[in-house]
Ligand binder design. Structure first.
Ligand code: GDP
Ligand code: MG
Length: 167
């Protein structure tokens, strides 16, 4: 199995930490940032189970009223639509307008979508997460929802298995 996987999400949700953790527990190559037309390859995770190319996608910009933002958002949507799988990363217990903008863009895409709720080590009350996740789950935009801590390396093996299984 192999494919292009976009790690998407607003700044500070932990994408870089997650990428390093996913790459780190495999013997893998981190490429010297080659560019594809639409994507920047962030790293490659190779294992007996397959190979995953993690790519960056441009962020979605709010205030799409301005022509430039509209054109940037078009490029961002094209980038998301041109991968084999999208992983949207959010922070446990926090859902912002930027997260919502990406979510909205994902509803239009055909590639499988995983929601990764990162930083679960910070949320003391696990129960507080449930209504929030249930509401997202009911929209059926995400194929799977995973809870992880990129920092504490929790839930990563399961996440990697799920990613490979959908490529
Ligand atoms: P990015 O902007 O999405 O790439 O986010 P970074 O990977 O740079 O992480 C932003 C901040 O969140 C850094 O201070 C990380 O150490 C922290 N962070 C990332 N993942 C976790 C996590 O699972 N738990 C906690 N507590 N902090 C995290
Ligand atoms: Mg980063």
């Amino acid at each position: 199995r192999c494919g292009l996987v976009a790690l998407a999400g607003r700044p500070n949700v932990g994408k870089s930490t997650l990428l390093n953790a996913l790459i780190g527990f495999r013997l893998s190559i981190v490429s010297p940032r080659p560019q594809t037309t639409r994507h920047r390859i962030l790293g490659i995770a190779s294992s007996a189970a397959g190979q995953v190319l993690y790519v960056d996608t441009p962020g979605l910009h709010r205030g799409a009223k301005r022509a430039m933002n509209r054109s940037l958002n078009r490029a961002a949507r094209a980038a998301i639509s041109d991968v084999d799988l999208v992983v949207q990363v959010i922070e446990a217990g926090r859902w912002t307008d930027e997260d919502e903008a990406l979510y909205a863009a994902l509803t239009e895409q055909k590639a499988p979508r995983l929601l990764v709720i990162n930083k679960v080590d910070l949320s003391k009350d696990k129960g507080a997460l449930l209504p929030f996740v249930a509401a997202l789950g009911e929209q059926h935009v995400y194929d799977e929802i995973h809870y992880v801590s990129a920092l504490k390396k929790k839930g990563l093996a399961e996440l990697e298995r799920a990613i490979l299984a959908r490529l």
